[in-house]
Design a protein. Structure first.
Length: 335
C-alpha cells in the first residue's frame, strides 16, 4: 500500500466510526416499559405484633426465695388454684411458730388479768393493754400466714401451662415469670400501629399476616383498638382476632397489613413508575410526561383512576426530569 493512500483510509475509518457513534447516540437513553394491568388495589396500614391467647396470665413470685418444688407440668391442663411450685418456706414457718407461741402466752396473760379484774385485784388499764397486745399478735400472725402462703405458687386461671421457665434450686423473685398459664384457643395478635395511621383502623377490618415460617399470607380481623396510645413510642395497640384454624403458634411474631380500603378491577402500575401525579411514556421515540389521577398508593402498586388505560405501556422506573423530551429506546419487561 502506498503512503499516499494511507491518510485516505484512516480518514474513511474515522468517518465511519463517527457515523456509527452518531447513530448509536441518536437511539437515545435505554428505558424499560411495563403495561398497566387490571387488579385489586388495597390501601393498608402496616403493623407488627405477636401471637398470644385471649385469656392468659403470668405466675410471678412475690418474694425472692429458692424453688424447692415445681410441678413439671408444661403443656398440661390445670385448674385455678392448683399448686404449680413452692419456694423455700423454712424461715416463714419458724416465724409463724414463734408468733403463735407468743400469742398463746399473751392469751394466758389476758385471761389471768381478766380474772384478777373480776376480784378487783388489777386495773382495767392492765386488762386493756393485755387485750391490745393479743390483737397485735393476731395481726402479725395473719401477715406471717399470708407471707407463707405467697411461697406456694398456684394457677391463677383454668388453662394449660404454656411455658415453664425455671427449675428446682433456682432463686426467683418479683419480676421472674415462672409459668405462663392460658387457654390455647382463641388466639389473637397484639400489634402496634403508628399514631399517624391509627385513625384509619376500625374494628371489623380484614388483615393479612406474614411470618417467615409460612409462604402464604394468613387471615385475621381487627377486634379492638386500645383507646390510649403510648406517647413514648407513638404507637397504639391493636388486637387482631385469629381463626381457630390458624397455624400460628403462641409467641410467634408477625407483620400485619390491615386493609383499610379496597378497589376491585382497578388499573395498576408499579409505584416506582409514578412521580408526583404523572407517569412517563415513549411516544415516537421521545420521552413524554403524562398526567394521571392517583387513587390508592400501595407499597408495590399504585391505582390510576384516570389518564391511563389498561394495557398502555409506561416507563418503569420513572425517568429523571432531564430525560423528558429526549429520545429513548424502549425495552419491554413483565410487570
Amino acid at each position: 500500500m502506498s503512503f499516499s493512500r494511507r491518510p485516505v483510509l484512516i480518514g474513511l475509518a474515522l468517518f465511519l466510526l463517527a457515523a456509527a457513534a452518531g447513530w448509536w447516540l441518536s437511539r437515545g437513553e435505554a428505558v424499560m416499559l411495563v403495561a398497566a394491568k387490571r387488579g385489586t388495589a388495597a390501601e393498608v396500614v402496616y403493623a407488627t405484633g405477636t401471637v398470644e391467647p385471649v385469656r392468659w396470665a403470668k405466675v410471678v413470685p412475690l418474694q425472692r426465695k429458692r424453688l424447692v418444688e415445681i410441678c413439671q407440668c408444661e403443656g398440661k391442663l390445670v385448674k385455678a388454684g392448683n399448686i404449680l411450685a413452692r419456694q423455700d418456706s423454712a424461715e416463714e414457718e419458724a416465724l409463724l411458730s414463734e408468733l403463735q407461741a407468743r400469742r398463746a402466752l399473751l392469751e394466758k396473760d389476758f385471761q389471768r388479768l381478766s380474772g384478777l379484774l373480776e376480784r378487783n385485784i388489777t386495773s382495767m388499764t392492765a386488762v386493756d393493754q393485755a387485750q391490745t397486745a393479743l390483737k397485735e399478735s393476731d395481726a402479725r400472725i395473719v401477715v406471717a400466714r399470708e407471707r407463707l402462703n405467697q411461697l406456694t405458687l398456684r394457677a391463677p386461671i383454668d388453662g394449660s401451662v404454656l411455658r415453664e421457665d425455671f427449675q428446682i434450686g433456682e432463686i426467683v423473685g418479683p419480676g421472674d415469670v415462672i409459668f405462663t398459664v392460658g387457654q390455647k384457643l382463641p388466639l389473637r395478635i397484639v400489634a402496634d400501629v403508628n399514631e399517624e395511621d391509627i385513625a384509619r383502623v376500625k374494628s371489623g377490618l380484614a388483615a393479612l399476616l406474614r411470618n417467615d415460617g409460612f409462604s402464604e399470607p394468613l387471615p385475621a380481623q381487627v377486634a379492638d383498638v386500645t383507646p390510649k396510645g403510648d406517647p413514648l413510642t407513638k404507637t397504639f395497640r391493636v388486637y387482631l382476632a385469629l381463626p381457630d384454624t390458624t397455624p400460628l403458634r403462641i409467641g410467634m411474631s408477625v407483620e400485619a397489613n390491615i386493609i383499610t380500603q379496597e378497589v376491585a378491577n382497578a388499573v395498576l402500575v408499579p409505584s416506582e413508575a409514578v412521580r408526583g401525579n404523572a407517569v412517563f411514556m415513549v411516544e415516537k421515540g421521545v420521552v413524554v410526561r403524562k398526567p394521571v389521577t392517583i387513587g390508592i398508593r400501595g407499597a408495590r402498586m399504585v391505582e390510576i383512576k384516570a389518564g391511563l388505560k389498561d394495557g398502555e405501556r409506561i416507563i418503569s422506573p420513572a425517568p429523571p426530569d432531564a430525560l423528558i423530551g429526549e429520545r429513548a429506546r424502549a425495552t419491554d419487561r413483565a410487570l
